[in-house]
Ligand binder design. Sequence first.
Ligand code: SF4
Ligand code: SF4
Length: 120
Amino acid sequence: MHIAKQKGCGKIPPKARFTQQEIIHKAQKIMGASGIIPCTACRYCTKGCPQQIPIPDIFASMNKRIGSGQLDESQADYDKLTASGISASSCIECGQCENVCPQHISIIDNLKECSRTFEK
Ligand code: SF4
Ligand code: SF4
């Protein structure tokens, strides 16, 4: 059989097609296994935070540290981000953010980890 004559040759087979949501879920699984916080920076969590904590930006600093080992750069990012005095340790654990996070991230626990990491 000549491959070039096969029906649909060159096209992506139906089973290999994924919806955008499936792709996001697969990426999240991979990120979860690597320790990366699977935040998509949608910022739904920030609007109602009584402490005005820049949650996704803090997570981005942490992901930079975990994902690429940029210790100094991620620390500099975090220090700049929290120069106003509002930081991961400002969280009062009200839970508002976790209720609205579409990725179901344990934001409070992750902020604690960010605090332990960057506020030594
Ligand atoms: S749990 Fe912490 S980070 Fe989340 S909304 Fe409340 S104060 Fe903000
Ligand atoms: S709601 Fe969740 S995914 Fe969206 S920015 Fe906040 S932590 Fe990240």
